[in-house]
Design a protein around this ligand. Structure first.
Ligand SMILES: C[S@@+](CC[C@H](N)C(=O)[O-])C[C@H]1O[C@@H](n2cnc3c(N)ncnc32)[C@H](O)[C@@H]1O
Length: 320
């Protein structure tokens, strides 16, 4: 018996489950329409607190290098989705930058990890993805989660450019996402690392799609401009002083370091965001074996061992 049928025993269970999360595909009647999803706090924290954390939890989060482990609910199968982040990372960002009951947006939701973490922590969330297969995956994962809290999770099959059609101004408390990393995945994997040699991804392109709207098909310049265009439309949806956290690595291309994080910082600043923090996601605990690259003449750090968590906010109007 699978987890879904175990969790849903009665007809009422099914109704509660579908009430808790909804899916909009490009053939739904709700496609392109404003959503009715709550964004008000349900906790009793002070009005200026940015989260529900205790001082002790806050203290731990001040360290600027973070590590996480995957858990059994995480999607690790690259045939299902090639690039997921851990639920534990998503949970940490959501708990740091929002309150219970508030609304979180992931404009590039993929397998739905942000929605799962929002559900776990009692936040409402909306996620967008171009691909029906990933929205279907979000649905499957949500059905397996905690169905009986009062939060709502919504996965929408649409271009992130259109998020503004669904969400009211100043209702978001957090944007949290891992966008495609420019065209990093849009190439055939070569036989360079021990991981690739023993793995079925060798010789494959792991990219999400070849849809021209997919940011993963774009070289760095058009990628940066498109990210700027999307995030400019998202800025008015954020409350003032609400955070926007973006997870990206840099990449190597023909022996040049492509500094995706620098391009995004500069672009988002131009579009009205203010950079608050750069956190390093230390992935060394997740990397099993690393091949030797560049020795003995060409030193490069391995992109797989760390990524950036770029923390911006919508600046206050004056000093409110
Ligand atoms: C790095 S993945 C996100 C993975 C996600 N954090 C997870 O844990 O599953 C980026 C996603 O962005 C989607 N995507 C690319 N271009 C898009 C666009 N213009 N609008 C919406 N989604 C897009 C891709 O289909 C892909 O699933």
């Amino acid at each position: 018996m699978n987890t879904i049928t175990t969790a849903l025993k009665t007809e009422t269970d099914y109704r509660v489950a579908s009430h808790n999360h909804f899916i909009i595909r490009d053939d739904s009647i709700d496609y392109g329409k404003k959503t009715e999803i709550s964004h008000d706090r349900t906790c009793s924290c002070g009005p200026t607190n940015i989260n529900c954390m205790s001082a002790k939890e806050w203290l731990k989060s001040q360290i600027g290098v973070w590590q996480f482990f995957y858990e059994s609910r995480d999607v690790r199968d690259k045939n299902l989705h090639p690039a997921t982040f851990p639920i534990s990372l998503s949970r940490k960002i959501i708990e740091l930058f929002s309150h219970q009951g508030e609304l979180v947006l992931d404009p590039f939701v993929g397998s739905g990890t942000t929605l799962i973490a929002a559900n776990d922590t009692g936040r409402n969330s909306i996620g967008f993805d171009l691909q029906k297969k990933y929205i279907d995956l979000c649905e499957t994962r949500l059905q397996q989660g905690d169905l009986f809290n009062n939060s709502r999770q919504l996965a929408i099959q649409d271009d992130a450019h259109n998020a503004v059609k669904y969400i009211d101004k100043e209702t978001l408390s957090l944007i949290w996402t891992s966008p495609p990393y420019s065209n990093l995945l849009n190439r055939v994997r070569k036989n360079k690392s021990p991981r690739d040699r023993n793995n079925e991804q060798l010789g494959r392109v792991e990219q999400y799609s070849q849809d021209p709207r997919d940011l993963g098909t774009m070289p760095i310049d058009s990628y940066t401009k498109t990210m700027g265009d999307i995030f400019e439309t998202l800025l008015p949806l954020l409350r003032f002083k609400a955070h926007c956290v973006i997870n990206v690595p840099d990449m190597w291309w023909e022996n040049q370091r492509i500094t995706i994080h620098v391009s995004l910082i500069e672009e988002l600043r131009r579009r009205g965001y203010e950079l608050r923090n750069i956190i390093i996601w230390d992935r060394t605990n997740l990397v099993n074996k690393i091949g030797i690259f560049g020795w003995p003449s060409n030193y490069i750090t391995m992109g797989v061992t760390f990524e950036y968590l770029l923390d911006f906010w919508r600046p206050p109007i004056h000093n409110c």
